[in-house]
Design a protein around this ligand. Structure first.
Ligand code: SF4
Length: 644
């Protein structure tokens, strides 16, 4: 059976999926993916919203009979593929398949750490409110087969109990673990190796490539294809794994684990206990210069006293390592000894790194101090990893190209010679949407900018009675936007929701249920958000989404481009902002029946030379500058809905 038959109006998908519609774009993408799988070649595909790209790569993956890793950007998509899409498609096309879901190790119960709970509690007590959660985990541990913590959905993600019952790469005993025969992490790995299709996420895949953190380095051998969905996230995630991170939290964890292991083995003594306490004191000395919540600090701005304190801590870690090893009281303490020495070695490596290779920086976050090294370049390394595993590497997302040009994305992943193509969205943007570019907007840095932006949106909000996402490029903009909205509408004729009032998914649920709300958001609302129907008729974007120039990661990348003789603004900042804008704009039309107005307040679209690049990347909808036209469009479409 060929792709045309499978995706046709009378094919197996049409029979299996209620409301199925044939989309030639989807069949075309499936054909291209199928060819890349057969040839074992890399491929980059941008598939516009509504193409149905998930099925367009799953069907050829199933038909190929090859062993395929599918990697997603989010856990939500990972779960959806494993629990719903792959089994349903396999049934529909009659291709039974062995499928496995593999997550990072922090998603699985660690039986070794669970067994150590009594010692943990004896030494450190139990955080307030955790007893109930721990009791629940203990009951569940007796019956769970997968050990997947997602089965405990009612324990919050930020509960302090999770580190007590999960493992990290550092504190896992591996082959020496007494629980290895019932270990959920190893079971999940084994199941993955025996499956034809394994669903992972980018963090796990890249950790595996870089042999870091949760990675075992055993996912890829033997695999015949890797399909990366939401692939626009890959370069940034790769930069995290190809760099180096050291944290005070790792030191605290090793001190804690060592104390637990010593208590369990009835080993120890005053000198090792004093050394473990010393570790805490040395960390406290670091906080004098980089207090918690102090944010990101450039390496060059760290004072000499900080580096002196770092040297003391490094020495103390070495001593702890030697003492623990000398005690020789079992695999648990031996592992802690290795971890302490490794943390000292990582510090030494980080301090000795060449400045021309990347950027070093400190981060005083809520969980303590982190020291990072971010390489200027990841493309060469990523390319080397891909070339070392010659199979079909397929990268897909709704936002990879600038117009028809894939150079920016392809060069970031080091695959400039990979075949690439774009599949247009099947939606009729000329009919379904308008792009409203308000006239007479001040420059974005003008203090009155946000008020003008809200005033420009107001006639549309009044016409639609709400039903809008107001997307901001910063928290500051969001707060100003809320004030401006309150000023413009003393009593808003629609409910107002603000990012941060509740978790993102809860807020979205509320937005959909209300049907006429206005939601003010930043960051996480620009992508991965799907609201179909007339609850969302306006997506208004305050400014072109250039990343903050203070971000050390961005600085590292710009510096890398500068050193190569490139132009950081045009080679990186503009393309990245174009892709981010495409993501934001893409929130509006999610279905063939959707309609609405995209508002972009930023006057640089017209006043700057680079504005054309942004304009060319927008959907082919009519551009309007008169708010009355936008208001009229919304009024007539909403009236049409009511009549039907
Ligand atoms: S092998 Fe590692 S993850 Fe598995 S139970 Fe032992 S310590 Fe935990």
């Amino acid at each position: 059976m060929d792709y045309k038959d499978i995706f046709s109006e009378h094919g197996p998908l049409a029979r299996a999926i209620p409301g199925y519609a044939y989309r030639p774009e989807q069949a075309a993408m499936a054909k291209a993916v199928g060819a890349a799988l057969a040839l074992g070649e890399p491929l980059i595909v941008e598939a516009g919203t509504g193409t149905g790209k998930t099925f367009a790569y799953l069907v050829p993956a199933l038909l190929s009979g090859r062993s395929v890793i599918i990697s997603t950007g989010t856990r939500t998509l990972q779960d959806q593929l494993f629990h719903r899409d792959v089994p349903m498609l396999a049934r529909a096309i009659g291709m039974p398949v062995k499928i496995a879901l593999l997550k990072g190790r922090s998603n699985y119960l660690c039986r070794h750490h669970l067994e150590q709970l009594p010692q943990q509690r004896a030494l450190f007590g139990t955080a307030k409110g955790s007893s109930r959660h721990l009791a629940k985990i203990l009951r569940w541990s007796a019956t769970t087969k997968s050990g997947d913590l997602a089965e405990l959905a009612d324990i919050p993600e930020n509960s302090p109990v999770w580190p007590l019952v999960t493992s990290t790469r550092e504190n896992c005993l591996g082959q020496e673990c007494p629980q290895i025969s019932s270990c959920h992490v190893y079971d999940a790995r084994r199941a993955a190796q025996a499956a034809q299709i394994v669903v992972v996420n980018h963090h796990l895949l890249l950790a595996d490539l870089a042999l870091k953190d949760e990675g075992f380095g055993d996912l890829l051998p033997g695999v015949e294809a890797v399909i990366l969905d939401e692939a626009h996230q890959v370069p940034d995630i790769a930069a995290q794994f190809f760099g180096l991170t050291w944290s005070s939290r790792q030191v605290q964890l090793v001190a804690r684990d060592a104390a637990v292991e010593l208590l369990k083995a009835q080993a120890g003594g005053s000198s090792i206990n004093t050394l473990l306490q010393d570790l805490e004191a040395r960390i406290a000395a670091l906080y004098r210069d980089v207090p918690p919540k102090s944010g990101r600090i450039d390496w060059e701005r760290l004072p000499d006293s900080f580096f002196d304190a770092l040297t003391d801590l490094q020495n103390c870690l070495q001593e702890v390592g030697h003492h623990l090893e000398a005690l020789g009281s079992g695999p648990g303490t031996a592992m802690c000894a290795r971890r302490a020495r490794q943390l000292a070695a990582n510090l030494a490596t980080l301090r000795g790194l060449e400045e021309h290779a990347g950027l070093r920086w400190a981060d005083g976050g809520t969980l303590g101090l982190q020291l990072h090294f971010t390489p200027f370049e990841i493309a060469e390394r990523l390319r080397a990893y891909v070339e070392a595993r010659p199979c079909a590497w397929i990268f897909t997302s709704a936002t990879l190209a600038l117009g028809d040009d894939f150079t920016h994305f392809a060069s970031r992943i080091g695959l400039c010679d990979a075949r690439s193509f774009r599949i247009d969205s099947p939606f009729d943007y000329r009919d379904q949407a308008r792009v409203y570019l308000p006239l007479n907007m001040p420059e974005p840095q003008d203090p009155g900018y946000t008020q003008c932006f809200i005033d420009a949106c107001a006639p549309l909000l009044a016409a639609s009675g709400g039903r809008a996402f107001l997307l901001f490029t910063s928290y500051r903009g969001l707060n100003e936007g809320l004030q401006a909205l309150t000023k413009r509408f003393a009593t808003p004729p629609f409910p107002v929701l603000v990012q941060g009032q509740a978790p993102r998914d809860a807020l979205l649920k509320q937005f959909r249920a209300l049907g006429n709300a206005v939601l003010l958001g930043t960051g996480s609302f620009w992508e991965g958000v799907d609201v179909k129907g007339d609850a969302l008729c306006i997506v208004a974007i305050d400014k072109l989404p250039f990343a903050s120039p203070d971000d050390p990661l961005l600085k590292a990348r710009l510096e890398g481009i500068r050193r190569r003789g490139g132009n950081p603004f045009f080679d990186y900042q503009v393309p990245q902002a174009v892709l981010a804008l495409k993501q934001g704009v893409g929130r509006l039309i999610r279905d063939a029946d959707d309609f609405g107005v995209i508002v972009i307040g930023d006057p640089r679209l017209r006043t700057k030379g680079y504005g054309r690049i942004f304009l060319d990347s927008l959907p082919p909808s009519p551009v309007i500058t008169d708010p009355a036209q936008g208001a009229q469009f919304l009024i007539s479409r909403l009236a049409g809905l009511r009549q039907n």
